[in-house]
Design a binder for this molecule. Structure first.
Ligand code: PMP
Length: 383
């Protein structure tokens, strides 16, 4: 068959997780927690599953969940959004991203992504007939931290640019934005027809007392943005695939035209359970930074005696390790070798680039029980 996505293979997350399982390795590759959602949340799902909540939900999501999302957005980011016309529950962030891209991109349009870029964006752009333009993030010298290069973004914009994809806190590098960054972005897209999709699935995982700079906070950017998030990351439930899109009414109308024919609606009992839990335990997401910061610090301290270079991640549950002091192997080979030889699976960062720079970086997920992190670190320290 003549493929519509000739350059798209199996995602690296599936490949590395399969290799980890084949080798019986500790899987720090794919980004999912090794622990369960809170018992109270599980009880709520159980209760709704056994009640009368097992038929189709409304296309945009159940009203109670949309209202809970709107309340959270207002309390955290100071933006009052209309739960009826500006919030849509979707089938994980993946569907939200796909639908927002299909809603905006026309054949021949250009979409700018920052490399290393999460790997679901480009295939969605290609299917919409668009062309993905890759702008690398800047790596700080002698560290594993990254930052948008606003001048390069400005230089990449043409009359065909339709969309800029943002993803902060950033997967895979853990980079976050400062308020100044949002002003820079606003300045660049001002007086253009460019839309912004902001993938904020790690919005609640930002460390060292810093704040997440949601595009929802920025009145000018908000007017042209789709903000996508996921309950999977926030509630340790990546397998539930429930996320949402917040966007101004005109954008939401177009988003829903796609969403309704991609999945129509999202699992009903889980929506009810999350809506109740958000109201009962708003503290869950405010306590999440501390929870993951402890894990980040624990993993970092365990690796202090290793030959890996590390700058603590500013956000997300991923830590980038620089192995240039250990070997000259490229990162894809080294990730496979570590999985086979010492039984620790990670993700090679180069796969998220169009043109990978000469750097030796692996991404490790620290959303794991301490015992798992300790065992993995002990093996990594042997190298
Ligand atoms: N965007 C990013 C940056 C992610 O890391 C992930 C999950 N790996 C997603 C989107 C997809 O989220 P979901 O599982 O809710 O579809």
């Amino acid at each position: 068959m003549d493929s519509k996505l000739p350059d798209t293979g199996t995602t690296i997350f599936t490949i590395m997780s399969a290799l980890a399982s084949e080798c019986g390795a500790i899987n720090l590759s794919q980004g999912f927690p090794s622990f369960n959602p809170a018992a109270e949340l599980l009880d709520l799902v159980d209760r709704y599953l056994r009640s009368d909540a097992n038929q189709y939900a409304p296309m945009a999501g159940i009203p109670a969940l949309r209202r809970a999302i709107a309340a959270k957005v207002e309390s955290l980011y100071g933006r009052a959004v209309d739960a009826d016309n500006e919030v849509t529950v979707c089938d994980g962030a993946t569907e939200g991203l796909f639908s927002a891209i299909q809603a905006t991109v026309r054949p021949g349009d250009e979409v700018i992504v920052f490399d290393p870029a999460y790997d679901s964006y480009e295939p969605a752009v290609t299917l919409a007939g668009g062309h993905t333009v890759h702008v690398p993030l800047l790596r700080s010298p002698d560290s594993t931290t990254f930052h948008p290069d606003w001048q390069r973004l400005r230089d990449a914009i043409t009359s065909r640019t339709r969309l800029v994809m943002m993803n902060f806190p950033h997967n895979p590098t853990g980079a976050i934005l400062s308020p100044d960054d949002l002003d820079r972005l606003a300045e660049i897209v001002r007086n253009t027809d460019i839309y912004v999709i902001s993938d904020e699935v790690y919005e609640h995982i930002v460390f060292d007392g810093r704040q997440h700079e949601s595009l929802l906070k920025h009145p000018e950017l908000w007017e042209r943005s789709f903000i996508i998030s996921s309950f999977g990351k926030t509630y340790h439930a990546t397998g539930w695939k429930v996320g949402y899109c917040v966007a101004p009414p005109v954008l939401t109308t177009e988003f829903r035209k796609i969403h309704q024919w991609v999945c129509f609606a999202v699992i009903t009992p889980v929506q009810h359970a999350i809506a109740d839990y958000m109201e009962l335990r708003p503290g869950h997401y405010t306590e999440l930074p501390e929870f993951y910061e402890q894990k980040r610090d624990h993993f970092g301290q365990l690796l202090a005696g290793s030959r890996f270079g590390l700058t603590p991640a500013a956000g997300t549950f991923f830590q980038i390790l620089d192995y240039s002091a250990i070997t000259d192997l490229d990162d894809a080979d080294y990730a496979r070798k570590l999985t086979r030889d010492i039984g620790v699976a990670s993700i090679p960062v180069s796969v998220f680039y169009e043109s990978p720079p000469d750097q030796k970086l692996l991404r490790f997920c620290f959303a794991k029980d301490d015992a798992i992190l300790e065992e993995a670190a002990e093996r990594l320290c042997r190298l």
